[in-house]
Design a protein around this ligand. Structure first.
Ligand code: TMP
Length: 236
């Protein structure tokens, strides 16, 4: 599949057109950013690791009939994806308290949530991706109530599937962020990526952080943590 013009460049990925107007190439960069772009850096090898990790998760979810934009890998850091009309919302699911939830509600880090928390954030860099609810999404005409319901159901299913997948490999799926898009026929399917940039993973026994928090908080061992996730999810 031939790579044509660059159509979008984000903080961690680039999107290219292809000769097929229904498909795009998603290229994963080594660039890392945090705190809405205030912290920037490079994680050597991240592009290839996150592309491989995302493809493993996307294929695994497809085996559970969770539709997503992944078609196939084209190179170590490029995947062929379905072109979608992306909904500008970040859907977050949380199983354990940390990050912005810990700060916003003054909760203890590490508290297990008996009932996972589903949150929506509006994708808007100028506003710092504010927390919204389904009524804001509808009023701002970014998603209809039934679309938000579908996003919730899909995120809850993905949580159940990936939580036990990670548990079997000695890890806790702490929280994660998903993005969804519409196909031409109006179906809502999973898009973007699923990687240590967009999820929090802790070692089950030691609670060692194995995700982008190591970069966010200068904890060291960032590349090793990303590589460890890839190694652990590659083994059966
Ligand atoms: P938070 O605790 O900072 O709100 O993050 C919740 C989850 O969402 C965590 O797994 C990291 C992920 N996330 C992103 O993928 N992109 C973002 O811009 C933010 C703020 C969080």
């Amino acid at each position: 599949m031939e790579k044509k013009e660059l159509i979008h460049e984000g903080k961690a990925k680039k999107l290219y057109a292809t000769e097929d107007e229904t498909m795009l190439i998603q290229l994963f960069k080594d660039d890392a950013s945090a705190f809405n772009g205030a912290k920037k850096g490079t994680i050597t090898g991240k592009g290839e690791i996150n592309c491989t990790i995302s493809s493993i998760f996307f294929e695994y979810l497809q085996s559970y009939h969770i539709s997503n934009h992944y078609i196939k890998n084209l190179s170590p850091n490029e995947m062929l994806i379905k072109k979608l009309d992306i909904i500008p919302i970040e859907a977050v699911m949380r199983n354990v308290v940390t990050g912005s939830l810990e700060k916003r509600l003054g909760l203890q880090e590490g508290m297990m949530l008996e009932y996972p928390i589903f949150e929506l954030y509006l994708k808007n860099d100028e506003l710092g991706d504010p927390l919204i609810n389904e009524h804001h999404a509808y009023a701002l005409q970014v998603a209809r109530p039934e679309e938000i319901r579908l996003m919730y159901r899909s995120t809850a299913k993905i949580n159940a599937i990936l939580k036990s997948f990670m548990e079997r490999r000695g890890m806790v799926l702490v929280d994660f962020k998903l993005e969804f898009g519409r196909t031409d026929s109006g179906e809502i399917i999973l898009a973007d990526e699923i990687s240590p940039d967009t999820c929090r993973f802790w070692d089950r026994k030691t609670h060692k952080k194995l995700d982008k928090d190591r970069f966010r908080f200068d904890m060291g061992g960032v590349e090793q943590a990303y590589r460890e996730i890839l190694e652990r999810i590659s083994s059966n």
